[in-house]
Design a protein around this ligand. Structure first.
Ligand SMILES: [Zn+2]
Ligand SMILES: [Zn+2]
Length: 807
C-alpha cells in the first residue's frame, strides 16, 4: 500500500497504527527513511507513545557497536536507512534471523526521495530484502508513505516490484490557501549576449517578507541556500529598520544625526547566495537601530533598484507599505493566525498593525534566519518565538523540513521553483495549519521553468504532481545488486524474476566479467571483496571525489566522479549544507577536491561541450512530420570552462577556461528528428536551423523537470542541424547518469506535453531575442551561441502542430 497525500495529512498515524499493532502481536517492523535525522524524529514519536511492548531502536551508522547486538536480538521496531540495509543488515541477515522471521511490516517513509539513480538502487535493495524475508519464511506488508505524486501506485510498484494499492484522497481539514505567482521584472542589467537580466527572486522575497511582517502576518520564506536565507532576512530587517526610522522621525532627519553608531550586526555573515542566480546582497548594517543609514558606510541596505527608487536613504519605504496594503484586503482581519493571542497591537486601516511607538525600533528584530545545524534547544526557542509572535518572519533553507515544528503560520514565500509541484505543495502546506486560511507566494527565478510556471498557472493547479521516476532495470544499478544478492544467498533460477526482465542478460555479463560464478545450483559470489562495495548507492558510479577543506583537512563529503567535473572543478563555488566554499584544486588522479571557506561575490557554472552517438533505438514513433526516439546513446562530455556570475544581479563576469579530460557516458536518451522536407521551408524563411534547434534543446532541458522528478543538472542535451547517425536535424536530451535514470524515458512518454510546454515557455517570455528565462542555458558549453528564439518556436510548431492534426 502507498499513501500519497499532503503535508500534515496524518500519514504517520496511518502506518504507525498497524505497525504498532504488529509489534503488540509479536511481530517486528522495519522502518526505512532516506535520512538519519528522520529516523531519529520517528524514534522520538514512538517513544512518546510509551508502549512498553514496542522496543524501538535506530540502527544506522551512528549506532554504537555495543548496542547493535541488542537491537538485532531484542528490538521489534527497527528504524534504519537504505544505506544501512544495503551494507549492514542484508549482508549479515543470519544475525537478524529472528527479526526477519517475525517481520510483518516494512514502512518506507518519505519514499518520494527514492527517485533517479538513488531510487533505482533502493528499488534493488528492496528486492534483495524481499528475497531475504522469503528465505526466513516471512512475507511482510510494504506500507509506503510519500508526498503527493502522480501515479503513486505505479511508482510504488517500480520501487518494490510488488502490486500496490494506493491511497491518494486527503480528507484532513484545511483552510483555503491563496497562491500568488510572482515574476520579478526585467532590469536594465545585461547578461550574456546583451540579454536582459531579471530582478532576483531573493530580492523580491526580502521585500515581501518585510511587507508581510509589517502587516502582522507570520511568514516563512524558503530560500535555496543558507546564505541566501540570511541575506533575505538581513534585507528584510533593513527594510523594517527604514520603516521604523521613518515612523519615529517622519521628517527632517539628518544623515549624521547624533546617536549614529557604527556597531555592526553580530549575526551578519558575508552576504550572497552561491548556487542560485537569485541574490540580493545587503551591506550589513545594524538593523535594529533606527539610524542605521548613517552607520553603514558603504551603502544603504536597499540595494535593488526598486527600493532605492523609492526615495533617498532615510525616506520611508512607501514601496513596502503600499505593497503590503495591496496584498491585503483593507480593513479585514488578516492575521487569523494570531487572533487568539491576547496581546496583539492594534490594527491599522490598511490591515497592517501600527506598532506602539516604543516598538518601532525593535521592528527589525521580528525577522530571523534559520539554518540547519542548530541545536535542539535553539530550535525549540525559535519555535516558541514564532508561536508567541516575537518572531514574525523567518527566512530558511528547507533544512527546516527536518527538525522544527512550525505551526500557526499565515504565509509562505518560496524564492525560486522548489523543483517539483510536490515540494511546492509541501512548502506551501507549512502555512495555514489547523484549518486556517493562508497565503503562499512562488517567486520566479530567472530561468525557463520558473518563467513558464508563473505564466502558466494551469501547469500548477488542478493537476497531479509529477511522477517519481526511477529505472531499476538500469544494468549499471542492477549488476552490483545481483552480486550483493548472490553474496547474501546464492542466486537460483527462481530468484531471477524478482530482479526484473533484464536479469538474465546482466547475469551473463557478470559471469563473463568473473564477478559471479555459474554452477548447477545457481550463481555464486566467490570473491573475497565485499559485494556491496560494488554499488555506490548515493553516487553516480565511478570512484567518488573526496571534498576536503584544505585548512583543516576536514572531509566535507564526496561527489561522484561524473559530477565532479561540473560541481567541484578548480575555481568552482561549492555549496555544502548551505555553506560556501571555493575549490582551490581538483585533483582527479588523487580523487580529491581541496576547498576553502570563502564568500565570493559571484557564483559559477561549468560549461561543457558534448558529442553524442546512437548505440541503439529501443522505441520510436512519428511526431508530426518527424520522429521521436528513445534508446541508448554514448555521450562524450568535456567541461571546458566555467562562467562566473555576480551574486546580487546575475550579471556575467566572465568565462574561465578549464583543462579537464573528456568523459564518456553510456546512457539513455530521447531524441527527435525532422526530415529535410520539413525544415527546408524554415531555412528559406531565414531561420538559422542550428540556432533554432539549440534554443529548443535548451528550453526543453529546462522544462523536462516538469514531467519527471529530475533537475536540469540531471540531464543534458545535444542539438545539431545534421547529426551523423540520423542524417537529419536532431535534438537529444539524455540522462546524465551512467545507464540512465528514467528521465529521458519519461520525456519520451510525455513528449507532446513536454514539447508543447517547451514551446509555450519560449513564446511567453517577453524578451526579444532570448534570455535565461527562456532559451539561454547556464551550462551551455558554446556560450549560448548560436540561438534563434523565433526559429525555435517555428521548429517546435512544425514538430507539434502537424502532430495534433495527424491524430
Ligand atoms: Zn526570454
Ligand atoms: Zn547550448
Amino acid at each position: 500500500m502507498i499513501i500519497s497525500t499532503g503535508t500534515a495529512s496524518g500519514k504517520s498515524l496511518a502506518y504507525l497504527t498497524p505497525a504498532v499493532t504488529a509489534c503488540l502481536d509479536g511481530g517486528t517492523v522495519l522502518y526505512l527513511t532516506p535520512t538519519k535525522a528522520l529516523a531519529a524524529d520517528q524514534l522520538r514519536t514512538l517513544r512518546e507513545l510509551r508502549i512498553t511492548k514496542v522496543r524501538a531502536a535506530t540502527f544506522d551508522g551512528d549506532t554504537p557497536f555495543e548496542e547493535r547486538k541488542w537491537v538485532r536480538q531484542h528490538a521489534n521496531y527497527v528504524l534504519t536507512n537504505p544505506d544501512m540495509l544495503h551494507r549492514g543488515i542484508l549482508p549479515r541477515h543470519a544475525q537478524w534471523s529472528s527479526f526477519f522471521r517475525r517481520l510483518r511490516m516494512i514502512v518506507v517513509d518519505e519514499c518520494h526521495g527514492y527517485r533517479g539513480v538513488f531510487g533505482s538502487h533502493v528499488a534493488q535493495i528492496l528486492r534483495r530484502l524481499r528475497r531475504v524475508c522469503a528465505r526466513y519464511g516471512s512475507d511482510p506488508t510494504f506500507l509506503l508513505a510519500s508526498a503527493t505524486a502522480s501515479e503513486p501506485g505505479a511508482f510504488a510498484k517500480r520501487l518494490t516490484g510488488l502490486e500496490m494499492h494506493e491511497v491518494t484522497v486527503d480528507a484532513s481539514p484545511k483552510g483555503s490557501t491563496t497562491i500568488a505567482l510572482w515574476e520579478p521584472p526585467l532590469t536594465d542589467l545585461r547578461g550574456e549576449g546583451g540579454a536582459p537580466v531579471r530582478r532576483t527572486a531573493t530580492a523580491e522575497a526580502a521585500d515581501l517578507l518585510a511587507d508581510l511582517v509589517l502587516a502582522d502576518i507570520r511568514t516563512l520564506a524558503f530560500v535555496r541556500s543558507r546564505r541566501g536565507a540570511e541575506t533575505v532576512a538581513l534585507s528584510a530587517r533593513a527594510k523594517l529598520a527604514d520603516v521604523a526610522f521613518s515612523l519615529t522621525t517622519p521628517t527632517d532627519h539628518h544623515p549624521l544625526a547624533p546617536g549614529s553608531s557604527t556597531t555592526t550586526n553580530p549575526h551578519n555573515p558575508a552576504p550572497g547566495e552561491p548556487e542560485d542566480l537569485a541574490h540580493h546582497t545587503p551591506t550589513p548594517g545594524p538593523p535594529s537601530k533606527p539610524d542605521h543609514h548613517n552607520s553603514a558606510p558603504s551603502s544603504p541596505n536597499d540595494l535593488d533598484h526598486h527600493a532605492s527608487a523609492s526615495g533617498p536613504p532615510g525616506e520611508p519605504d512607501h514601496h513596502a507599505l503600499s505593497r503590503a496594503a495591496s496584498l491585503i484586503t483593507p480593513g479585514e482581519p488578516v492575521d487569523e493566525g494570531g487572533a487568539d493571542e491576547g496581546d496583539l497591537p492594534e490594527r491599522g486601516s490598511l490591515g497592517w498593525s501600527i506598532p506602539d511607538t516604543s516598538d518601532w525600533a525593535s521592528l527589525p528584530d521580528k525577522i530571523a534566519a534559520y539554518r540547519a545545524g542548530y541545536l535542539a534547544e535553539d530550535r525549540r526557542l525559535l519555535e516558541n518565538a514564532l508561536r508567541a509572535g516575537t518572531i514574525m518572519g523567518l527566512a530558511t533553507t528547507n533544512a527546516l523540513e527536518l527538525g522544527v515544528d512550525v505551526s500557526g503560520l499565515d504565509a509562505v514565500l518560496i524564492a525560486g521553483w522548489p523543483g517539483t509541484r510536490a515540494s511546492l505543495w509541501q512548502q506551501a502546506g507549512r502555512a495555514g495549519r489547523d484549518g486556517r486560511d493562508a497565503l503562499a507566494v512562488l517567486i520566479a527565478r530567472d530561468d525557463p521553468l520558473d518563467t513558464y510556471l508563473v505564466h502558466h498557472p494551469d501547469a500548477l493547479f488542478g493537476r497531479p504532481v509529477e511522477a517519481i521516476v526511477l529505472d531499476p532495470d538500469n544494468p549499471y544499478v542492477l549488476g552490483p545488486h545481483l552480486c550483493a544478492a548472490a553474496a547474501e544467498i546464492p542466486l537460483a533460477e527462481d530468484d531471477l524474476p524478482v530482479f526484473g526482465d533484464t536479469t538474465p542478460a546482466v547475469l551473463e555479463d557478470l559471469v563473463a566479467q568473473n564477478l559471479l560464478r555459474k554452477r548447477p545450483a545457481g550463481w555464486f559470489w566467490t570473491r573475497r571483496e565485499r559485494a556491496t562495495d560494488l554499488a555506490d548507492i548515493r553516487g553516480g558510479g565511478g570512484s567518488p571525489i573526496q571534498v576536503v577543506e584544505s585548512s583543516t583537512g576536514r572531509l566535507l563529503g564526496s561527489v561522484d566522479e561524473p559530477s565532479a567535473h561540473t560541481a567541484v572543478h578548480t575555481g568552482a563555488v561549492y555549496l555544502h549544507q548551505g555553506e560556501t566554499f571555493v575549490v582551490e584544486l581538483l585533483d582527479l588522479e588523487a580523487g580529491v577536491a581541496l576547498v576553502s571557506s570563502a564568500s565570493p561575490d559571484y557564483t559559477t557554472f561549468a560549461r561543457d561541450i558534448t558529442d553524442i552517438s546512437i548505440l541503439g533505438t529501443q522505441r520510436s514513433h512519428a511526431l508530426g512530420p518527424g520522429t521521436l526516439h528513445f534508446g541508448e546513446v554514448e555521450v562524450t562530455r568535456q567541461v571546458v570552462s566555467y562562467l562566473k556570475r555576480r551574486l546580487q544581479s546575475g550579471e556575467m563576469l566572465g568565462d574561465e577556461p578549464l583543462d579537464l579530460p573528456p568523459r564518456t557516458l553510456r546512457t539513455r536518451a530521447v531524441w527527435w528528428t525532422l526530415p529535410a522536407s520539413a525544415v527546408a521551408p524554415l531555412a528559406e524563411a531565414g531561420i538559422d536551423l542550428g540556432g533554432a534547434a539549440h534554443a529548443a534543446e535548451h528550453a526543453s532541458i529546462g522544462l523536462l523537470p516538469l514531467f519527471a522528478t529530475c533537475d536540469r543538472w540531471d540531464i543534458g542535451g545535444v542539438s545539431t542541424e545534421l547529426h551523423a547517425d540520423t542524417g537529419l536535424l536532431t535534438v537529444f536530451v539524455y540522462d546524465g547518469h551512467e545507464g540512465g535514470a528514467g528521465f529521458a524515458e519519461r520525456g519520451y512518454a510525455r513528449a507532446t506535453d513536454w514539447l508543447t510546454a517547451t514551446r509555450e515557455a519560449i513564446t511567453s517570455c517577453e524578451c526579444d531575442r532570448g534570455c535565461p528565462s527562456c532559451i539561454q542555458s547556464p551550462k551551455c558549453g558554446n556560450g549560448n551561441e548560436p540561438l534563434d528564439k523565433r526559429g525555435a518556436i517555428r521548429l517546435l510548431d512544425t514538430l507539434l502542430t502537424q502532430h495534433s492534426t495527424s491524430c
